[in-house]
Write a protein that binds this ligand. Structure first.
Ligand code: NAG
Ligand code: NAG
Ligand code: NAG
Ligand code: NAG
Length: 616
């Protein structure tokens, strides 16, 4: 009888505990399951490493051995199997070795649109042990060289359809650079053609694949902007192989057909997307460029089951007129980042039952969240388990300066729940810093945060932490803003504007417009004495120097920059006032692309922009 009572009390106790858990920690099990899944993944990773599969390339070779005849890339009318890509990349590797004497440790810049040879060239270079730097195809001629200098590349491989960009660079500046064009013939003597050589090369496996150190550098990716000052972030082998788990963590399998429309020069497409596909041994349908009108047609045509997105892409799809294919497809999973809740609602209502897995990641640091609950909106969780697997901190910040708040003794403060915060990542080895730019790397680091000598990576992202431990993305602070899926660096744009003869000073920031992701560029400018604003001239200058997404859509002409306020304070105020002509007396202008000019921003024009009548 005694035992019975004891059992009963234990049982009621357990029941009470379970009930308590459901009320107080409703996400306990989901958090735990995700944590175990991550741990499970780490175990698999370790097991694979024991078998010698430690790099992106190893993982590809492993799949090529296991499933040689499985389709890997479908592009337009071509289908390449894992074996095809393996052989072709061997041919590229041999061509680069015999004709270009490339060897382990050389840095090679790659400037190509999405196409199978992007991947074959890249893997070929990996097979020689070269480090590859991906250049943004929106780059302007003058930045090509800058990118070379920052990452130390001596060789450039350029797609046949991008040759004109390189031709614009003055010849004397290209003296020491070996330039290859991915074509059968060379357009000029500056370039060496690659495809005619590749045809004669052996596709047999290279006998001397390089031995790489997992902590060494794998790639350079230019994180922000495409103009003079973009930063080359190093991506280590470890980070690359961890990124490859993305689709698996989202629930995709080897049987999936994955549609990738994002540009391969971004990490999300090359590492999470193509890498994720390789990790699974799945098939990837690659698109040269995202097209809202083709999207669902392609999905139906190729039986796509998984798509990779960024927020902007989903908004384009939702804004696009209805097509019959949008309900006839078999897409079951969409994985990516940057989806806002309003778009998500419409996305699911319109395109059918698609599971959405929202992740949040950063190029430079190895922090990542994955949405594993059924909550709409948050980018991740700050749960106990999540912190176990990934050391990060959420710090209070000063809304005026955007810097973390420090106490009298110089320490930072952990944020309270319900407060806006900045996300800071404890620096472990994986943050390799920006190539050749100590100062920029240092600017991203916070030192002596909680104790002397500790170092954190400051993501510069503002998040909101709610009482259930969900994290919401609020804004990106500091010197970049996002527009059309690209980062715009404000310092780069203001330098470019500063070159115009009538502008004395320019302060660049992003303003929000209802119905658009990210922020549209705006410039507060002070004109030089005795000079007039000349919109046509400014437009012509922008066309020559900046990619379209970085152009300021709005101008605000000020008589002087307010010196009583700090630079950052002024920026905050300008951002708040936006481009509403009712709020400020300063003359405002709007970039009218059809007129190739900046025109006066009237109240009526403002209404048309805000209501969506005029499209940006
Ligand atoms: C798509 O699936 C259908 C039905 O399973 C099949 O008949 C068709 O051949 C597939 N199309 C492609 C491109 O694989
Ligand atoms: C934009 O910048 C952020 C932070 O520097 C980075 O994590 C992200 O990958 C960048 N995105 C692109 C498309 O370069
Ligand atoms: C997170 O995933 C759930 C379940 O798939 C989904 O309902 C929710 O919308 C997602 N959240 C975001 C922000 O995508
Ligand atoms: C503005 O600049 C353009 C091109 O540089 C020039 O042709 C035009 O005369 C200028 N307009 C004025 C009013 O100065």
């Amino acid at each position: 009888c005694d035992t019975w009572i004891r059992l009963l009390t234990t049982f009621t106790g357990l029941l009470a505990l379970l009930l308590y858990q459901r009320v107080a920690y409703p996400f306990f099990w989901l958090d735990l399951i995700y944590y175990l899944k991550l741990r499970g993944y780490r175990k698999t990773l370790h097991a694979r490493m024991q078998q010698g599969i430690i790099t992106y390339l190893d993982c590809f070779l492993y799949q090529a051995r296991r499933n040689p005849n499985k389709p890997f890339i479908i592009f337009e009318k071509q289908t390449l199997t894992y074996q095809d890509v393996d052989r072709r990349s061997n041919q590229f590797a041999n061509a680069f070795r015999t004709e270009g004497s490339l060897k382990q440790g050389d840095i090679v810049a790659l400037l190509m649109f999405n196409e199978p040879d992007f991947i074959c060239v890249w893997l070929g270079l990996c097979k020689l042990g070269c480090e590859v730097a991906f250049l943004n195809v929106n780059i302007k001629a003058k930045s090509v060289l800058h990118c070379f200098q920052t990452c130390g590349a001596k060789t450039l491989v350029v797609g046949a359809d991008l040759v004109h960009l390189v031709e614009e660079v003055p010849p004397d500046l290209k003296d020491n650079i070996a330039m290859w064009v991915v074509d059968h013939m060379s357009p000029s003597e500056e370039f060496r053609s690659l495809l005619d050589k590749v045809e004669h090369m052996s596709g047999e496996t290279l006998s001397d694949l390089p031995n790489v150190d997992i902590m060494s550098n794998f790639l350079f990716i230019f994180t922000s902007g495409t103009t003079g000052l973009s930063k080359a972030a190093r991506v280590g082998h470890l980070k690359a192989i961890v990124s490859m788990a993305f689709f698996e963590m989202c629930g995709a399998t080897a049987d999936d057909i994955i549609y990738i429309t994002l540009p391969l020069y971004h990490m999300s497409a090359s590492l999470l997307g193509v890498g994720g596909c390789i990790h699974l041994g799945a098939t990837c349908v690659l698109k040269k460029k995202f097209s809202a009108s083709q999207f669902w047609k392609d999905c139906v045509k190729h039986n796509v089951t998984v798509v990779q997105y960024i927020g902007e892409l989903c908004r384009y799809l939702v804004n696009h007129p209805t097509v019959p294919e949008e309900k006839a497809h078999r897409v079951r999973l969409a994985a990516g980042s940057g989806l806002r809740s309003d778009v998500w609602m419409e996305f699911v209502n319109r395109f059918g039952r698609i599971k959405i897995r929202e992740g949040y990641g950063l190029t430079e640091a190895s922090i990542g969240f994955l949405n594993y609950t059924d909550e709409v909106g948050p980018i991740g969780r700050a749960s106990y388990f999540n912190k176990l697997s990934m050391p990060f901190e959420l710090l209070s910040y000063d809304p005026q300066t955007y810097e973390p708040v420090r106490t009298d003794s110089g320490r930072c403060i952990r944020a309270q729940i319900g407060e806006s915060i900045t996300l800071n990542m404890k620096v472990i080895q994986s943050f390799m810093g920006y190539a050749g730019n100590k100062v920029q790397s240092e600017k991203k680091l916070l030192r002596d945060v909680f104790e002397t000598g500790d170092v954190y990576f400051n993501t510069g992202d503002l998040l909101f932490h709610d009482y259930r431990d969900f994290l919401y993305f609020r804004d990106r602070i500091g010197d970049t803003f996002r527009w059309k899926g690209e980062n715009v660096s404000t310092t780069e744009v203001s330098e470019v504007l500063g070159l115009v003869d009538f502008i004395q000073e320019a302060n660049i920031y992003g303003v929000t417009i209802p119905g658009y992701e990210g922020r549209a560029g705006m410039a507060a400018v002070v004109l030089k004495q005795d000079h007039q604003l000349n919109g046509t001239k400014l437009y012509n200058h922008l066309v020559k120097t900046l990619p379209a997404y970085a152009w300021p859509w709005f101008l605000r002409v000020q008589t002087s920059l307010d010196v009583t306020e700090t630079f950052k304070q002024q920026k905050v105020k300008l951002v708040q006032e936006g481009f509403n002509p009712d709020v400020t007396k300063d003359p405002l202008y709007f970039l009218d692309l059809s007129q190739k000019d900046y025109i006066l921003l009237t109240a009526a024009l403002y209404e048309d922009i805000v209501s969506g009548k005029i499209h940006l």
